[in-house]
Design a protein around this ligand. Structure first.
Ligand code: SF4
Ligand code: SF4
Length: 101
C-alpha cells in the first residue's frame, strides 16, 4: 500500500516524460498549468516529443506538519506516474524490503 512518502516522485522525476496521450489530454482539459512545465524536444532522438523542464516535480506537495506528500494533479497525472510501480515494487518497499500489497 502506498505510504505517500514521495520517494518515487522525487527519485524518478527526470527519468520519464509526458506521453503523447498525456499532452493531448492536458490540451483537451485546458491544463495550461501543466503544459507550461513542458518544452518541445528539439532533439527528439529518444522519441520523446515533450520534456518536463523542471528539475523536480512542480506538482508534488508535502502535507503540512507531516512527512507525507500528495500529487496536486492526481486526477490527470502523467501515464508513467499512474503506471508506477509497473513491477509491483515501489522505492519505499524496496528500501524496507517489504512485499507489495
Ligand atoms: S515510493 Fe512507494 S510508498 Fe512512497 S509514495 Fe511512491 S508508491 Fe507510495
Ligand atoms: S505528477 Fe504527481 S505522481 Fe507524478 S511525480 Fe509529480 S507529484 Fe508524483
Amino acid at each position: 500500500m502506498c505510504k505517500r512518502c514521495g520517494d518515487c516522485c522525487i527519485i524518478h522525476w527526470g527519468s520519464f516524460d509526458a506521453t503523447h496521450d498525456d499532452v493531448t489530454r492536458w490540451r483537451n482539459e485546458g491544463r495550461t498549468d501543466i503544459l507550461r512545465h513542458l518544452a518541445t524536444n528539439s532533439d527528439n532522438s529518444n522519441g520523446r516529443s515533450c520534456l518536463f523542464i523542471s528539475n523536480s516535480c512542480p506538482f508534488l506537495r508535502k502535507d503540512e506538519g507531516q512527512n507525507t506528500y500528495y500529487c496536486t494533479i492526481n486526477d490527470t497525472k502523467p501515464f508513467h506516474c499512474r503506471n508506477y510501480p509497473d513491477d509491483g515494487v515501489c522505492e519505499h518497499m524496496a528500501d524496507l524490503g517489504e512485499e507489495s500489497d
